[in-house]
Design a protein around this ligand. Structure first.
Ligand SMILES: Nc1ncnc2c1ncn2[C@@H]1O[C@H](COP(=O)(O)OP(=O)(O)OP(=O)(O)O)[C@@H](O)[C@H]1O
Ligand SMILES: [Mg+2]
Length: 583
């Protein structure tokens, strides 16, 4: 009797009695509709499968067919500018084929197989090529050259190299004969199991920032290329907005944006906004360097679990070509909830708040795939990971936030009261941190200014000082403070409102180059030190504030366009003149 048939169905989880036909993590086809599934456990009595498509209508007795391999991503040109679901099915093509809802088991290729690419074959007959080495290139978008690489586990001699010309995804470009004499046809695409990190030659020490143009990040809590960051925040505090800002403006070559369990309209918005937005460096649309993975709240939960791995696999693939890639996941909490739901259906022993005991290891495995690397083709490439976390009730002590905190090195804590006061980005400067400061100091010093870090430290110290003073002010009010402390409170306000607050909707303020960030800090600090020398001489803070200097400095972010930095000199003149009059 054929036992390869469905025995039970529980939401996205299906069991089969047969335990010999399948192997762990194998991809399978479930039911007559051939829904895509993955083997997640094999016990004495049954094999358990999670199904990535909706199981509505599926019946016991329907067949389950093994495929012999794990769940893979298809890697090749056509990924960029595209939008996929959690298992890399192209959503726009599916929509065309089946209407607005994803038809189950629709056999639509992950990447366009018809499209012709302008291929330059770089490999030569007689050459030995090994895993990761590049044998052909083609322009994938206006911004990105696609580089076809030998699959990681293969080495051999080139016995055939095609002419340059137009090829589709499956056209044979190179034939490689391995040590056993077996010949492998190399095309523009390859497969890779999404749960296994792609190999690299070497991990490099962290030395370069991922520049975001967001002042509170670049100046106070910078993230590195190849680094990791979490954006925890309660409902509506600006997680998605921050992720969007980074996706638009950060200086990665490629953006992988994973919308994980969030609202569907947010993904449409990303698509629309990005196709209108122009990359400041190249003048081309931002979609030319972006791939979206959307597993929104109305899509099957198991595919949400997979979407994170699909995303990071695509990111690693472009890293291997020698690109700097940034991946944003919004929100990893919804991903963790998918883990919890599946774990619950498997009747696993729950740990904290019902999450499975392997939650920490899954989170760490994800963030470990970040890094600045020497790839197998000898180039440098990096993957930076930025994950949003949405703890219920903004309670940062819950397991997803806490475990994420263990494995990331930047923590940009969004604060409800800041968001409520419309202080955006609502990144709380007292509870956020970056552990990359020591790694990045040299880069800022060499590439921006010798004093950048000194200035940032002075700014951070003033904010810290204000925080301490506010404890006193809360108790007894600010009137009793001596004038030098009142001045700190005044200047800290300038830092908060004039520097940390940044308006994502303002044409100049939405992205601010590092040099402008430095010049803003310098003006603020100049005002502070000049004012302090007056206070020391006994001039009251009130007469300093009456000059209007503080308010004028607060507005410099809007008053000085990003390409007219010489105008900062006007502020020094104004400060000297107005404070000089008080002496
Ligand atoms: N940097 C910013 N500049 C201007 N407005 C902002 C900024 N960040 C957030 N906002 C405002 O806050 C609103 C909510 O932000 P967002 O949708 O990003 O929050 P969220 O944390 O993702 O919420 P949810 O918990 O619902 O996912 C935005 O619609 C926007 O009006
Ligand atoms: Mg959101």
């Amino acid at each position: 009797m054929n036992e390869n048939i469905i025995y039970s169905i529980n939401g996205p989880v299906v069991t089969v009695r047969d335990t010999n036909a399948f192997s762990m993590m194998e991809m399978v086809y479930v039911g007559h509709k051939r829904l895509i599934g993955e083997v997640i456990s094999i016990h004495k009595e049954a094999t358990t499968i999670q199904v990535y498509e909706t199981t509505t209508g599926l019946k016991p007795g329907e067949p389950v067919q093994p495929t012999g391999g794990p769940l893979c991503a298809l890697l090749g040109p056509g990924i960029l500018s595209n939008i996929f679901d959690g298992i890399e099915r192209p959503l726009l093509d599916i929509e065309k084929a089946s209407g607005a809802f994803i038809g189950e088991g629709l056999n639509i290729p992950m990447l366009d197989e018809q499209k012709l690419w302008d291929v330059t074959v770089t490999a030569q007959v007689g050459q030995t090529l090994s895993g990761g080495e590049i044998y052909a290139t083609c322009p994938e978008t206006a911004l990105i050259e696609h580089r076809a690489m030998v699959p990681p586990d293969l080495t051999g001699e080139v016995i055939y190299a095609a002419e340059n010309g137009q090829y589709n995804l499956n056209g044979v470009l190179v034939k490689l004969r391995d040590a056993n004499g077996q010949v492998h046809n190399l095309t523009l695409c390859q497969k890779w199991p999404i749960r296994i990190p792609r190999p690299v030659k070497q991990r490099l020490p962290i030395t370069k920032p991922l520049i975001t143009g967001q002042r509170v990040i670049d100046a106070l809590f910078p993230i590195a290329k190849g680094g990791t960051a979490a954006i925890p925040g309660g409902f509506g505090t600006g997680k998605t907005m921050t992720q969007h800002q980074l996706a638009k403006w950060c200086d990665a070559d490629i953006i992988v944006y994973v919308g994980c369990g969030e609202r569907g309209n947010e993904m449409t918005q990303v698509l629309e906004e990005f196709s209108e937005l122009i990359d400041p460096k190249s003048g081309k649309p931002l979609t030319a360097r972006t791939v979206l993975i959307a597993n929104t709240s109305n899509m099957p939960v198991a595919a949400r679990e997979a979407s994170i791995y699909t995303g990071i696999t695509l990111a690693e693939y472009y890293r291997d070509m020698g690109y700097h890639v940034a991946i944003m996941a919004d929100s990893t909490s919804r991903w963790a909830e998918a883990l919890r739901e599946i774990s619950g259906r498997l009747e696993e022993m729950p740990a904290e708040e019902g999450f499975p005991a392997y939650l920490p290891s899954r989170i760490s495995q994800f963030y470990e795939r970040a890094g600045d690397m020497v790839t197998n083709c000898g180039k440098e490439g990096s993957v930076s990971i930025i994950g949003a976390v949405s703890p219920q009730g903004a309670d940062f002590s819950e397991p997803v936030t806490q475990n994420t905190k263990r494995f990331v090195r930047c923590f940009w804590a969004l604060d409800k009261s800041l968001a409520y006061a419309r202080h955006y980005p609502a990144i709380n400067w007292n509870t956020s941190y970056s552990e990359y400061l020591d790694d990045l100091e040299k880069w800022y010093s060499k590439n921006v200014d010798r004093n950048f870090f000194k200035r940032r430290q002075e700014i951070a110290a003033l904010l810290l000082e204000e925080n301490k003073l506010m404890e006193i002010v809360k108790l007894i009010g600010s009137d009793v403070l001596p004038d030098d402390q009142k001045l700190i409170i005044e200047i800290a306000r300038v830092i908060r409102v004039g520097f940390l607050q940044q308006n994502a909707y303002h044409k100049d303020d939405t992205y601010v180059p590092l040099l402008k960030q430095l010049k803003m800090m310098e003006v603020i600090l100049y005002l502070y030190f000049q004012a302090r020398s007056l206070v020391i001489k006994g001039i009251p803070v009130s007469s300093i504030t009456e000059t209007g200097l503080f308010d004028s400095v607060v507005k410099m972010k809007y008053d000085i366009p990003n390409d007219q930095l010489e105008r900062f000199n006007e502020y020094y003149k104004e400060i000297d003149q107005k404070l000089g009059a008080l002496k």
